[in-house]
Design a binder for this molecule. Structure first.
Ligand SMILES: Nc1ncnc2c1ncn2[C@@H]1O[C@H](COP(=O)(O)OP(=O)(O)OP(=O)(O)O)[C@@H](O)[C@H]1O
Ligand SMILES: [Mg+2]
Length: 507
């Protein structure tokens, strides 16, 4: 085997007091190898690599480059060591050409002529195809990714880290990328690739390192493992959680989702022909690697996504009758009692207005029920007070700007508001992201209460142990497709993990 390019020793990284992103991680990256980093969402893959690329600095631990201790405090330090990272969100300037993007920030001796010459060499050597005069806004995602990689190579990268590079590519583009990665490996470069797709891991890697909850679980040779073993390493033993799960009798069908299909702006099917029923008195879990279509699925039901022809969502309730929801506006859908509490990365952007206090935020969704422009503040205030008491929201005052509250409190307000509107269907996505254990349990209890009241609940979650403990049924999404529907009481963790990362062949 070749020499070690980078060694990480005892690396620890926390965010705030509670979130341990990386714990005592040791990792070696060799010259001339392709190493895959595998792990569930939130297992610390990106954070670990960001400490090599100079985005984050470890709380403790040591990094060695070619055997010598180094300090990486900025992307420039990383570049000087020959480390380049291709992030999931590209950092290109739209109105510039490829050439301009490559040259930006470089010393003047990097003339246009020199750049064209060297980029030509790089392209020929590894098999890239690139038009240096094309503007970024005219490029496909694949072309942008190519540009990012070429830019990194032009800066002399010997160690390339790619964070989920295949997530945005078509199968043909992935094949092309893998050919290039192999060429670079054979040329002696060290490649680290993060991907959730097990078939890709088995195809491209020489070695595979698995992270789980911030820790390095182990490194295996590709030739000595298989998808099943990797899944077991990834998900670990099943942990029994103390979450209540009652059985509700006499369920009624609330939603009948048929052939639901949503395309993104690139024409890629992000929700692909999904069909399922949703019942009152159940919690339907949705499992999947993030970005498998969960968000778009819920948004499509809520009228926030344009669905392909043939998609249908029949809503059936005693109070509101039977309706086709596809084609209705979000406002109409909310009036039928469907509510969506979605926790995006930017919790405040979507659900709440940061500068407003609790009362105003609670009122945001209620005022349409009011009789006119004269709003009665007393009722929203009482509602806000009720949510505050029941969910134990910690805020100095009801009119204190919610953006100054902690994530957990913001989340309680968001979910509390939706529940307060007495939904018949309550959809939550990442409801407990960033919350501590106690607060998370408070949210599970809330959802259980809703279920017992006969609400049909959808819970999109990341933690498999929670999905298995909380949900009556679990739907597994993979690449926008429904890859399985399991009984939450009997499903095995490995089975869910496998379905998340391995698309079943079409029958
Ligand atoms: N800037 C940040 N501030 C606070 N917490 C963070 C930050 N970045 C990451 N985290 C948290 O650290 C943990 C590890 O996150 P990280 O992004 O490294 O995971 P990941 O394995 O890359 O996940 P994914 O597969 O979803 O990309 C998570 O709990 C995440 O919420
Ligand atoms: Mg990541």
């Amino acid at each position: 085997m070749n020499g070690i390019a980078i060694s990480m020793r005892g690396i620890n990284k926390r965010f705030g007091k509670k979130i341990i992103a990386n714990k005592d991680v040791d990792l070696d990256i060799y010259h001339g190898e392709i190493l895959s980093l595998l792990g569930e969402n939130g297992s610390g893959k990106t954070t670990l690599m960001n400490m090599l690329s100079g985005v984050y600095y470890p709380d403790s631990g040591e990094i060695l480059a070619d055997g010598k201790p180094v300090t990486i405090t900025s992307p420039k330090d990383a570049y000087d060591l020959g480390i380049g990272m291709i992030h999931q969100h590209f950092k290109l300037i739209d109105i510039f050409t490829a050439l301009e993007n490559i040259l930006i920030g470089l010393p003047k001796d990097n003339t246009e002529k020199k750049c064209r010459q060297e980029v030509g060499d790089i392209c020929q050597r590894y098999g890239f195809d690139m038009d240096l005069d094309k503007k970024v806004y005219d490029m496909t995602v694949s072309e942008k990714e190519t540009l990012e990689i070429v830019k990194t190579l032009y800066r002399g990268a010997k160690i390339l880290i790619l964070d989920e590079p295949t997530a945005v590519l078509t199968p043909q583009e992935i094949t092309r990328l893998f050919t290039i990665l192999r060429n670079m490996r054979d040329d002696g470069k060290a490649i680290v690739i993060i991907t959730h797709k097990l078939n890709e891991v088995m195809e491209i890697s020489d070695r595979i390192t698995v992270l789980r909850k911030g820790e390095n679980i182990g490194t295996v040779m590709k030739t000595e493992t298989d998808e099943q073993k990797l899944t077991e390493m990834m998900v670990g033993e099943k942990i029994t959680l103390d979450i209540a799960r009652d059985f509700v009798e006499n369920k009624a069908k609330r939603l009948e989702v048929k052939h639901l299909t949503v395309e993104n702006s690139d024409g890629k099917k992000v929700v692909d022909d999904v069909t399922f029923d949703l019942y009152s008195g159940e919690i339907l879990g949705i499992a999947g690697i993030s970005g498998s279509g969960q968000k778009e699925l819920l948004e499509a039901i809520m009228g926030l996504q344009k669905c392909d022809p043939g998609s249908s969502v029949i809503y059936n309730s005693t109070a509101h009758g039977v309706h086709e929801l596809v084609g209705l506006s979000t406002r109409q859908i909310i009036q039928y009692g469907l509510h969506l509490a979605f926790v995006p990365e930017d919790r405040l952007g979507m659900g709440l207005v940061g500068n407003m206090g609790m009362t105003d935020n609670v009122m945001l969704k209620r005022y349409r029920k009011g009789k006119g422009p004269f709003l009665h503040r007393r009722q929203p205030e009482a509602t806000a007070m009720k949510i505050k008491d029941e969910l134990e929201v910690v805020t100095p005052a009801l009119d204190y700007p919610v953006r100054r509250l902690s994530g957990g409190n913001v989340q309680k307000i968001l979910v509390g508001r939706e529940i307060n509107n007495k939904p018949t269907v309550l959809m939550t996505a990442y409801a407990v992201r960033g919350l501590d254990i106690n607060t998370s349990y408070a949210i599970y209890n809330l959802l259980n209460e809703q279920k017992k009241k006969g609400v049909a609940v959808i819970y999109v979650g990341e933690d498999l142990d929670v999905l298995l403990a909380l949900c009556d049924r679990i739907m597994v999404l993979c690449s926008g497709r429904m890859n399985g529907m399991l009984d939450g009481r009997t499903a095995e963790k490995e089975e869910v993990g496998y379905l998340m990362t391995h698309l079943k062949e079409e029958a």
